[in-house]
Design a protein around this ligand. Structure first.
Ligand code: NAD
Length: 242
């Protein structure tokens, strides 16, 4: 439940900010119809042949490639999803010169679809796919439309450019995200349980005065927040005019 006073506090903090950074996760896209991991409707509450974190792991990709792509194409890849009010508001704040960067754990590309330009994708993107043999690039539609496992014309296996469990983050993206957080005076953390490391550790690089949390549930950062808005991030950000 978000009060008028909290919304007014949010509006004023954003209007007076010098440099806002947004750090988000799967909860930013649930209002676009994409399931997150840990909510009541999240993937962790659904029954699959293997747990989601197993099916999205590096070893599983190579040992059970067919099952990986069955799960990936049916559950993770959703090319029909459209940005929601949260994505659009963040893009608008960037266009207005208030927001410096979106740092996201999401792989769905919805921030860019809404018009955001500086998007640091900690876990990669479903929209980039590469042949493991010749490095040829493929878009997401090619992977979605492949019957079973997607193969390159050269015969190589095509792998989505997403960071699977057991894989490390791109250090250049991590460093860029850290730099953005260190220069920001306002950090909005939204739609993330802050349970996936090392991505979640990045919020510790923030040095500014205003830490705003917008999440449906409590998180480990609540005790340090200057403002907590408990509710759906799209609905909340839609109430910030401008
Ligand atoms: P998570 O599932 O662990 O946590 C999501 C959090 O968002 C929860 O605390 C939940 O209460 C909150 N939430 C859900 N819907 C919300 C809404 N509409 N408004 C506000 N809060 C909302 O997700 P995570 O922290 O991002 O970690 C899971 C990992 O899996 C990440 O790497 C994530 O990017 C990835 N993942 C990505 C997608 C995607 O790209 N859309 C989808 C599922 C999982």
């Amino acid at each position: 439940m978000v009060t008028d006073k909290q919304l007014e506090n949010l509006r004023q903090t954003l209007a007076q900010a010098k440099s806002i950074v947004f750090f988000g996760g799967a909860g930013v896209s649930t209002e676009s119809g994409l399931p997150d991991f840990r909510s009541a409707n999240g993937l962790y509450r659904q029954k699959f042949a293997f747990p989601p974190e197993v099916m999205l792991s590096h070893n599983f990709f190579f040992s059970h490639t067919r099952e990986f792509f069955d799960f990936y194409k049916a559950i993770i890849l959703n090319l029909e999803a459209r940005p929601n009010a949260a994505h659009f508001k963040l893009a608008g704040l960037e266009a207005a010169g208030l927001l410096a960067a979106v740092i996201t754990q999401n792989i769905d590309g919805l921030h860019q679809a809404a018009g955001s330009r500086t998007v640091l994708e900690l876990h990669g993107s479903v929209h980039r796919n590469y042949c493991l043999r010749c490095q040829a690039f493929y878009d997401a539609a090619t992977v979605a439309q492949a019957a079973g496992i997607p193969y390159c014309g050269c015969g190589g296996l095509i792998k989505p450019d997403v960071v699977l469990y057991e894989e490390g983050l791109d250090q250049a993206v991590f460093a860029a995200a850290s730099a953005q957080l260190r220069q920001a005076d306002v950090l909005i953390v939204g739609g993330t349980s802050l349970a996936v490391y090392p991505a979640a550790s990045l919020v510790r690089h923030f040095r500014g005065n205003h830490l705003i949390l917008i999440n449906k549930e409590a998180s480990s950062l609540d005790s340090e927040a200057t403002l907590i808005l408990r509710g759906p991030i799209g609905e909340i950000l839609a109430q910030v005019e401008g």
